[in-house]
Write a protein that binds this ligand. Structure first.
Ligand SMILES: *Cc1c(COP(=O)(O)O)cnc(C)c1O
Length: 404
């Protein structure tokens, strides 16, 4: 079969809707861009977004802030992390996750990742016992959720505080319960490549009043927390407001105005992502040397990006495969390179942290390929992309590119 090159752009998101543009213009015309710059009893766009997101997420409280990484950092601080304390987290995650732990004064302990791209629960329990860490920052990297029944069983037995990095699982759930609602807090991103696009932005959710009061003061609320839309009662702030530093990182009204109409469309967009994801999956399922991470039955995921493994692929093979896909317009990311490219850094490139031995994760990453699925791709585009990847993966067979 002759394959034509794919011409789409893997970083092109959909435009902001006319409704979002009109809402942003209204804020700009008002001049009141700061979240606390309100008139009378008016709730700002940021406070309204917090109410709507808390309702979407089914939590009591929500705080909008500057970025997903910022929300992770203040979540750790509001959870009571003290300087020098250890924080368990996935070895396979994005650089802002270890960055947030360092920013909060903590020290990351990486837990192995399985070939299904989830945290290795045996290694987790072993490291809970051996390290003495009291916190787990669980990163659902690229939208993969582990067996949350087993995770919670382990964490409850060892009395570990859970914080969830839901940058790729906004709208995802396990057995009907939304990601972000299992631990003390959920952290979400509204950066351009995530499920809501404000350029930059973060959302932090929790149902714990003391935690949320600390997070709100940390975010830089001054003494204006009474103007929030989804915050605890004023009395909860009584001591917290004076005992907690202001680490300025608020969201502004323009971003919130852009996000509110997108939130209303999120469920529909999740279906669009998953339709595209399943079409690519159907093409790759037939290829012998491709391993697709297993999704558990209770997991309701959001297929906004696609990952697959070619176990045993050599470095030369991986480069030939990337090149082959690229010449047909399919831009894959590879996590096995010694030098990080764009977003694909690994624990080995985070040299500000003491080196840690993670042989299982290293093996997984050596064969791990990744791509975004922007909603500007049609379903036909996704079939086309799947065909190109499948053909190029098939080409590797019998050329010494894959050790088995
Ligand atoms: C994007 C991302 C973050 C951080 O979000 P920002 O809004 O870019 O700071 C955290 N964790 C993961 C897994 C991410 O992909």
């Amino acid at each position: 079969m002759k394959l034509y090159p794919f011409r789409g752009n893997f970083t092109q998101q959909e435009p902001i809707s006319e409704e979002g543009i009109a809402a942003a213009l209204e804020v700009l015309r008002s001049g009141r861009l700061h979240r606390y710059n309100t008139v009378g009893s008016e709730l700002s766009q940021v406070s309204l977004l917090e109410q709507e997101y808390a309702s979407f997420q089914d939590t009591r409280y929500c705080l909008a802030c500057a970025s997903g990484g910022y929300s992770l950092h203040i979540a750790l601080r509001a959870a009571g992390l003290r300087p020098g304390q250890l924080v368990l987290t996935n070895a396979f995650t994005l650089a802002p996750v270890p960055g947030a732990i360092i920013n909060a004064g903590g020290s990351p302990v990486f837990v192995e990742t399985t070939q299904d791209l989830i945290i290795d629960l045996k290694d987790l329990e072993r490291k809970i016992i051996n390290s003495g860490a009291r916190f787990l920052l669980l990163s659902y990297m690229r939208g993969h959720m582990p067996d949350m029944d087993r995770v919670m069983d382990i964490l409850n037995r060892h009395d570990i505080t859970l914080l969830e990095d839901c940058a790729h699982t906004m709208g995802a759930s396990w057995d009907g319960k939304k990601s972000g609602n299992f631990g003390l807090a959920g952290c979400f991103s509204a950066q351009t490549y995530k499920h809501l696009n404000a350029g930059e932005g973060g959302l932090l959710t929790s149902s714990d009043p003391q935690f949320m009061a600390r997070a709100i003061i940390l975010s830089g609320s001054y003494m204006l927390y009474g103007r929030h839309g989804a915050a605890p009662e004023a009395e909860v702030f009584k001591d917290i407001r004076l005992d907690t530093p202001n680490c300025s990182g608020r969201m502004d009204n323009v971003r919130a105005a852009i996000l509110r109409p997108q939130l209303a469309d999120l469920e529909r967009n999740i279906e669009r992502w998953n339709e595209r994801y399943r079409l690519i999956e159907s093409k790759l399922r037939k290829v012998d040397n491709i391993y697709l991470p297993v999704r558990l039955l209770k997991e309701h995921y959001v297929g906004s990006s696609f990952q697959f493994l070619i176990p045993g692929i050599t470095e030369v093979g991986a480069r030939a495969f990337l090149e082959g896909c690229m010449t047909l317009g399919v831009e894959l990311k590879w996590f096995g390179a010694a030098e990080p490219v764009a977003f694909t850094s690994t624990h080995k490139s985070w040299r500000y942290i003491e080196p840690q031995n993670l042989p299982a994760t290293d093996q997984v990453m050596a064969g791990l390929f990744d791509m975004r699925i922007p909603l500007t791709f049609s379903t036909t585009d996704c079939i086309h992309i799947g065909q190109i990847i499948a053909a190029k993966a098939d080409d590797l067979i019998g050329k010494g590119y894959v050790d088995n």
